[in-house]
Design a protein around this ligand. Structure first.
Ligand SMILES: Cc1cc2nc3c(=O)[nH]c(=O)nc-3n(C[C@H](O)[C@H](O)[C@H](O)COP(=O)(O)OP(=O)(O)OC[C@H]3O[C@@H](n4cnc5c(N)ncnc54)[C@H](O)[C@@H]3O)c2cc1C
Length: 300
C-alpha cells in the first residue's frame, strides 16, 4: 500500500477545510470498497486520505410524504435496502439496492462512494435517474444541487469539482401507482456487475403513458437516460408497436462496448429485449396493484 496521511474529521466543515487545504493530493474515503482497490493497483496515489466515517449523521435515511426521501451520502447499500421507508414507498430502490454486489460489499459500500466513483457498471445511478433524484454537492464555500442524470460526465468521470463532497441524495415524493421495473441482467453470477441494467418508471392514465423515465447502466461510458426512446411512449397509448419502437430507439441510443460480459452487439440486442420486458413488468405491477417491495422481486 502506498504511504499516506490519514485524517478523520468530525464535521463536514472540517472535511471541506481539509480538502481545500490539501487540494489534488487528497482523496475522501467512505466505505473504501472502490478507493482501496484503486490505491492497491496504484491507479491512485493520494498523499492524504480523509475519512467520512466520523461525520455525524452522514448516513441518515429520512422520509416525509411531502418532501420525499433524503439519504445521507454515507448510507450503506444495505441500510438503504433494509430501510422500511424505502421498502414501503420506493420499491424500485429496494429492488435495486438488494441486487448490488453481495451482502459483504453492501454492508461497506456507500451510496455516495458509488455515485462519485462514476463507474458505468454500477446499479443505483440508473434507478435514481428513473426517479428524478437530485444530489447535493458541498464545498468550503457553499453547496449546489444537481439532477443525478447530469452528474455522470464520462467513463469514471463525474461533475464533482475539486473540494466538493457529495452530502445528500433527494428522491421526490413517491407517486401512488407509479409503474416501475428494474432489470439487472446477470448471466454469470448473482453478485456480478450487470451485463445490462434497466430502470424504468411510468405514470399511466388508463392505457396512456403520461410520463416516462428510462435509464441504463452497463451500456455506455456513463450511466445514462434514454430520452429519445422515452419520447416514443410519452403521452401515447402503450401498445406493442410503440413499445417495440421504443426498444428499437433505445438500442440505438446506447453506446456499449465489448467486454468479458458480451459484445457491444449482444448488449444492444439485450437492450431491445429488456426494454420490452421492463414495460411488461411495469404494466403487470400496475394492473395488479402489486407495486410494493414485497412483490418487487420479479425475475430478470
Ligand atoms: C466485488 C465488488 C462487487 C461490486 N458489485 C457491484 C454491483 O453489483 N453493483 C454496484 O452498483 N456496485 C458494485 N460494486 C461497487 C460498489 O458499490 C462501490 O465500490 C461502492 O458503492 C463505493 O462506495 P464506497 O463507500 O466503498 O466508496 P469509496 O471506495 O470509499 O470511494 C469511492 C470514490 O468516491 C469518493 N467518495 C466517496 N464518498 C464520497 C462523498 N461523499 N463525496 C465525494 N467523494 C466521495 C472517494 O474519494 C473515491 O474516489 C462492487 C464493488 C466490489 C468491490
Amino acid at each position: 500500500m502506498v504511504k499516506f496521511e490519514y485524517f478523520e474529521p468530525n464535521s463536514l466543515e472540517e472535511a471541506c477545510a481539509l480538502l481545500k487545504e490539501h487540494g489534488e493530493d487528497a482523496r475522501l474515503i467512505a466505505g473504501g470498497t472502490a478507493l482501496i482497490i484503486m490505491m492497491r493497483q496504484r491507479l491512485l496515489n493520494p498523499r492524504v486520505v480523509i475519512s467520512l466515517a466520523d461525520i455525524p449523521d452522514f448516513d441518515f435515511i429520512r422520509f416525509d410524504a411531502k418532501d420525499g426521501l433524503r439519504i445521507g451520502a454515507g448510507a450503506r447499500h444495505r441500510d438503504i435496502e433494509l430501510a422500511p421507508v424505502v421498502q414501503e414507498h420506493y420499491p424500485l430502490l429496494y429492488e435495486t439496492f438488494r441486487k448490488v454486489a453481495q451482502p459483504r460489499i453492501r454492508n461497506m459500500g456507500t451510496i455516495g462512494g458509488n455515485l462519485v466513483q462514476g463507474d458505468p457498471l454500477t446499479d443505483p445511478g440508473a434507478s435514481l435517474i428513473a426517479l428524478d433524484a437530485k444530489i447535493t454537492l458541498r464545498n468550503a464555500g457553499g453547496h449546489r444541487v444537481i439532477p443525478v442524470e447530469n452528474f455522470f460526465v464520462d467513463y469514471y468521470q463525474t461533475d464533482l469539482q475539486p473540494g466538493e463532497i457529495l452530502t445528500e441524495i433527494h428522491v421526490p415524493p413517491s407517486l401512488p401507482g407509479l409503474a416501475w421495473a428494474h432489470i439487472k441482467f446477470l448471466p454469470r453470477s448473482q453478485e456480478d456487475f450487470a451485463t445490462v441494467g434497466v430502470a424504468l418508471t411510468m405514470r399511466l392514465n388508463g392505457d396512456r403513458c403520461q410520463d416516462i423515465r428510462l435509464a441504463f447502466n452497463s451500456v455506455a461510458p456513463i450511466i445514462m437516460r434514454a430520452k429519445r426512446a422515452e419520447e416514443i411512449l410519452r403521452r401515447q397509448k402503450v401498445d406493442d408497436d410503440r413499445v417495440g419502437k421504443m426498444a428499437e430507439v433505445a438500442s440505438t441510443e446506447v453506446d456499449p462496448m465489448d467486454d468479458n460480459r458480451g459484445s457491444a452487439e449482444y448488449k444492444r440486442e439485450l437492450v431491445r429485449v429488456l426494454v420490452r420486458r421492463a414495460v411488461k413488468q411495469a404494466l403487470e405491477r400496475s394492473a395488479t396493484g402489486k407495486q410494493g417491495a414485497k412483490q418487487a422481486s420479479a425475475p430478470a
